[in-house]
Design a protein around this ligand. Sequence first.
Ligand code: ACO
Length: 311
Amino acid sequence: EDADRLARFQARIDADERIEPNDFMPAAYRRTLTRQISQHAHSEIIGMQPEGNWITRAPTLRRKAALLAKVQDECGHGLYLYAAAETLGATREELVDQLLAGRAKYSSIFNYPTLSWADIGAIGWLVDGAAIMNQIPLCRCSYGPYARAMIRVCKEESFHQRQGYEIMLTLARGTAEQREMAQDALNRWWWPSLMMFGPPDAASAHSDSSMRWKIKRFSNDELRRKFVDATVPQAHVLGLSIPDPALRYDSATGHWEHGAIDWEEFRQVIAGNGPCNRERLAARRQAHEDGAWVREAALAFAARRARAEAA
Ligand code: ACO
């Protein structure tokens, strides 16, 4: 790729132009987007499992309908995202095979178990809250198909966050036992939610190039800080306490300072050793096998139609 083309590409990025699938792009830009978008798609698909776990046990019909809709939204997000990744030249089969073979990453957060109904509230509030914080800037990402997919995804995530917060609010205003459930869920989901934003900036391998290409508009630490600043006051409204004895408000900066994150736990989860990694992949592989007949039927139908058209 000659220097001239690369300079023209960077000039388009600097001018906030959108890059579209048929435009010139450096191989490394294509690679990093394929990586990030496919990891994002896998996260949505694997992310259906922790919450899917509670659909049959939702406490009321209304809660069940909302949870069912939310999990279906996540499946839809996964499908838009695979389609966006396909515009970069990867095939859906390749990407799914990488996930099933354990060669692709997906968000660390989905390797934690959902032990009580309050976890559904905590996931909506914290996990979807963190996802929105990270994804709103992606609506302005330099790659057109990804940016456009994010607009609809963010609208749906915002509904997910509200339904989660409302579950937490209901529990927090309920019996002592319900408040305890809500606090326990916050205790277990708080730190993994902070880890969702990725390693600290100094250890983030892709940040420099992704910022230069305007794939990322904010660094991992910047987004994590915005999330903490937005979420701590919400915990106060709930009357719950953040499980971080070092958390303090810095009146000089106007930010909440949190304690140290256990990056060793993060590394373990990413390496496949989190509490549910094996279970999540096994369930995904089973679902894929169970769906084989659908793929076969679709292919057979397409072949029959092609023969009929040729005749
Ligand atoms: N879980 C798993 N892996 C992670 C996580 C995480 N929370 N954070 C970072 N990583 C991985 C990166 O994928 C990268 O691995 P790779 O080189 O093998 O691909 C490595 O750790 C180094 O991290 P960074 O250099 O900081 O990676 P990147 O620039 O891609 O930033 C981030 C990570 C912020 C997650 C980015 O990829 C992103 O914004 N992705 C889109 C959003 C997304 O995927 N959300 C998924 C969860 S939200 C939801 O689905 C509801």
